[in-house]
Design a protein around this ligand. Structure first.
Ligand code: ZN
Length: 319
């Protein structure tokens, strides 16, 4: 199996243009990929290949000033770039069929998926991805801070002898950082970590081709929400509590697995471009604190409800 460090540069649109294009596509597209850079490492983390391609955007054709300053890519380079469909084929061929992606931070692969989605390119093969930033945090100072690639390089005293914000250079730097980490162990223990999400998915993502939920109650009534399986042992979980609805369209459920204990399932709702609902759905172990907070929230809303009932029923006081 190979490790492939991946980095992208993308063109962002000026705000109005972005909104117009996304409405027209009825799909999310926050930026258009203009450069793919990747470095291949073997099982012992020896570098054995690299890949670079400039991609010609289809919707956001005018290079954003900020992007041009950051990446050094010019409008002329971009204009003669390879169309994404061709680039995707060639990149996939280069990747082969036995690899996992390592990225610095969580943004690159979702961006690539959005781009593939609006171009009708299959993106299932992008799923085996690990965020090296997380593995770095866990194997060094264990802080949950998002450290920059520059920070990680300084940490390992790797000289930055090439310009940053070039997709290939950044993929190469990511590879050098990977060589200093225990990547195999990082991947093996990637998900079994207390305090982090045991499961994290997006449900009803119409912008990515799924069916969105027409109403919120339809979502709350879905099996994956009202009677989820335990992410660890896959047995049915149970609940005796009501759902807690809090600010910013957040819904929290308290579930119990008989074997693995208390868990909190959280939904964060967002609108799809076709006006239906999607949600980020996460399940994590409930800590003492988070469970306390949940129960306080439930009590608070119960009190509010009673007061509302009293107000609507009770006689008006004369002033
Ligand atoms: Zn369980």
């Amino acid at each position: 199996m190979y490790y492939i460090t991946l980095d992208l540069e993308w063109n962002q649109a000026y705000a109005q243009k972005a909104l117009a294009v996304q409405r027209q596509l009825s799909s999310r597209l926050r930026g258009e990929v203009i450069q793919i850079g990747a470095v291949k490492l073997d099982k012992s983390l020896r570098i054995c290949g690299s890949y670079q391609i400039i991609v010609k955007p289809k919707y956001f054709k005018k290079l954003h000033r900020h992007v041009s300053e950051l990446t050094g890519i010019t409008q002329e380079q971009m204009d003669v770039g390879t169309p994404l469909i061709t680039a995707a084929e060639s990149f996939k061929r280069w990747c082969g069929d036995d690899f996992v992606f390592l990225t610095w931070g969580p943004d690159d692969v979702p961006m690539l998926k959005e781009n593939f989605n609006v171009n009708d390119i299959d993106y299932d093969w992008l799923d085996h991805t690990y965020d090296l930033q997380k593995i770095f945090a866990r194997q060094t100072d264990d802080s949950s801070k998002q450290r920059s690639l520059e920070f990680a390089m300084e940490h390992f005293e790797i000289p930055m002898n090439l310009p940053a914000h070039d997709a290939l250079n950044d993929a190469y730097f990511t590879a050098l950082v990977a060589q200093k980490l225990n990547v195999e162990d990082g991947i093996r223990t990637y998900n079994d970590f207390r305090g982090e999400f045991l499961e994290s998915t997006v449900i009803g993502d119409a912008d990515a081709g799924d069916d969105g939920y027409v109403t919120i109650s339809e979502m709350l009534d879905d099996e994956v929400v009202k009677s989820p399986k335990c992410p660890i042992c896959h047995s049915q979980m149970h609940t005796e509590d009501r759902v807690l609805h809090s600010k910013g369209q957040k819904y929290t459920f308290h579930f119990k697995c008989e074997k693995d204990g208390d868990m909190l399932l959280v939904l964060r709702l967002r609108r799809n471009f076709n006006e239906t609902w999607r949600a980020k759905r996460t399940i994590a172990f409930a800590t003492e604190e988070s469970l306390e907070e949940f129960k306080r929230g439930i009590e608070r809303t119960a009190v509010k409800r009673k007061m509302r009932q009293r107000k609507s029923r009770g006689p008006r006081l004369a002033r």
